[in-house]
Design a protein around this ligand. Structure first.
Ligand code: AMP
Ligand code: ZN
Length: 113
């Protein structure tokens, strides 16, 4: 499988890592849209938020905890931040491995799309 984020998870593709736990990794977006722009990613490959299991919320809660930890580590918790996950090409998804954008460090537009 040719997946950029799986490559980052297994160390074949370099990244600026911000946080890592047993099931989650977070690294800086290569093309920052804000002073703070970090991607929170499950290590296990799944295409989008729709592929998170319905009957086991463990990974979901680990992703949520990672988002909070990244917000603390980057200063986004103080500056204010937005969390975005895109599902599907019409929504703007370009990498088909689930990820949450954490954007902060500046005033963000009110627009939600
Ligand atoms: P999305 O459009 O929601 O699928 O977001 C994909 C994000 O991945 C974009 O913001 C890209 O800038 C980012 N991205 C792509 N390749 C890399 C990479 N090698 N390292 C870090 N971020 C990346
Ligand atoms: Zn992947």
């Amino acid at each position: 499988m040719d997946c950029i984020f799986c490559g980052i998870v297994n160390g074949q593709i370099p990244s600026k890592k911000v946080f890592e736990s047993d099931e989650v990794i977070a690294f800086e977006d290569i093309q920052k849209a804000a002073p703070i722009h970090v991607l929170v990613v499950p290590k296990r490959h799944m295409e989008s938020i729709m592929d998170l299991p319905d009957d086991d919320l463990t990974l979901l809660s680990k992703l949520q905890q990672a988002i909070k930890e990244v917000a603390r580590l980057t200063g986004a918790a103080e500056s204010g931040f937005r969390v975005i996950t895109n599902k599907g090409t019409p929504a703007g998804q370009t990498v088909f491995h689930l990820h949450y954008h954490i954007l902060g460090g500046r005033e963000l537009e009110r627009s939600l799309g």
